[in-house]
Ligand binder design. Structure first.
Ligand code: SF4
Length: 178
């Protein structure tokens, strides 16, 4: 196990006094820099900065950052959820490290796909089969990892095969952190 011991702090960001959102930070006793290229290869929409030894990621509207000795999440709805998510992120790092022999590490810095780039690959019929009111809303949520490509069933029609392949090339399924 890479991370065995860490200190957790849950707080309201000082720039948002009184806000109903929370942040949590785990201070680590080991350097996790070496796992960042493996996370970069497996997390949808992650942005890796090798020079800074930092990787940022958005999941479910939360802003997540991995640094050499720290993992942080912010914009979380309550204290318990923030702490729980942080423990999930620690477990994700440990699982990824244990699976590293199966993963090709990615040392590149990818641009996060924009909602418009994703929207342009959707059927654009606003049919609502995905549960969203419009295709653009679906694109916004897909970029934020709040929905999955598979939720848009019309996209799996053969006529959209090219768009589906293009979308899958820029969207990597997000792993569970629970
Ligand atoms: S199911 Fe697909 S095509 Fe229909 S509204 Fe949702 S994103 Fe658009």
């Amino acid at each position: 196990m890479l991370i065995e011991d860490y200190d957790v702090e849950v707080f309201t960001p000082p720039c948002e006094p009184g806000a109903e959102r929370f942040a949590a930070r785990a201070r680590l006793k080991v350097d996790i820099s070496e796992v960042l290229p493996y996370l970069n290869a497996t997390l949808r929409g992650a942005v890796y900065n090798p020079a800074a030894k930092a990787l940022t990621w958005k999941k479910g509207g939360h802003n997540i950052a991995f640094h050499a000795y720290e993992i942080a999440t912010s914009n979380v709805e309550d204290r318990d959820a923030a702490e729980k998510e942080l423990h999930g992120l620690i477990a994700l790092v440990n699982r990824t490290w244990e699976r590293r022999a199966e993963i090709v590490p990615d040392h590149s810095t990818r641009q996060r796909p924009t909602p418009m780039a994703v929207y342009n690959l959707l059927p654009k019929t606003n049919c609502r089969q995905c549960g969203q009111p419009t295709c653009y809303t679906f694109a916004l949520k897909l970029v934020a990892a709040q929905v999955k490509v598979e939720d848009c069933t019309p996209l799996f029609d053969p006529q959209h095969a090219d768009k589906l392949a293009a979308l899958q090339s820029i969207i990597i399924d997000a792993p569970s952190i629970g």
